[in-house]
Design a protein around this ligand. Structure first.
Ligand code: CA
Length: 232
């Protein structure tokens, strides 16, 4: 059981979120950013769900202050389905985001993912925990032998494709920006996003899926790409 701090000023929304989470987690709540900061400082939770429309502080400001005192995973909840804003928040240290209104299942799935990443060792955005074999659904990557299988069938990947897939698998369920892929996988400060897109489409084909009906590789328009186990 994890301790989750829900920061939300709307009583109705807060009660609904708490109800969704309380079955599996110990839930605390705060209605104002400054109360949340005090709470985080005094009793560090395992994860924070942070509403961005709080009465006392702008959401991005609140996130910055949380990051100033804690490495706790933060899922931001925003009413604005605004890509520029979401990119800004992910860069400002949010681990994931939800656009309101969201379902309890969706919230729980995102929360499980950030908690899993924390327990696996590395924090999102930080160095991932070293593991010999990475598994995401039916996908398995042996990092020592540099071999990948999908549902037990070997995948024939180029060196770059393997690196790309491994990088995403280490950060499963997190949206990784093209810029991050370019600097971390391609080791280039500048370059064409097209190169990355082409590799992603090759990879997608080898995984037996398409951009139109993704299973493992999900493109989040304007933000980046995410590797996730299929839900079916
Ligand atoms: Ca609000």
């Amino acid at each position: 059981m994890a301790t989750v701090l829900v920061v939300e000023d709307d009583d109705f929304v807060r009660a609904a979120i708490i109800q969704e989470l309380a079955e599996r987690h110990a839930v605390r709540s705060a209605g104002r950013a400054l109360d949340a900061l005090r709470d985080i400082a005094q009793h560090p939770p395992d994860a924070v769900v942070l509403d961005l429309g709080l009465p006392d502080l702008d959401g991005a400001e609140a996130l910055k202050m949380v990051r100033g005192i804690s490495d706790v995973p933060v899922i931001v909840a925003t009413a604005r389905d605004d890509e520029a804003e979401i990119v800004r928040l992910l860069r400002a240290g949010a681990d994931d985001y939800l656009v309101k209104p969201f379902s309890g299942d969706h919230l729980n799935a995102r929360l499980d993912a950030v908690l899993r990443r924390t327990r696996a060792g590395g924090r999102a955005g930080g160095p991932a925990a070293p593991a010999a074999t990475l598994r995401v659904g039916g996908l398995a990557l042996d990092l020592n032998r540099r071999e990948a299988t999908l549902d037990g069938t070997p995948l024939s990947l180029t060196r770059r494709e393997f690196d790309l897939l491994a990088y995403l698998a280490e950060r499963a369920d997190r949206v990784v920006s093209r810029r991050e892929l370019r600097t971390e996988v391609w080791r280039q400060a500048y370059g064409e996003d097209q190169t990355i897109d082409v590799h992603l489409s090759w990879l997608r084909r080898k995984l037996g899926e398409s951009a139109a009906s993704p299973r493992y590789l999900h493109t989040v328009r304007g933000v980046g790409v995410m590797l996730s186990a299929p839900r079916d």
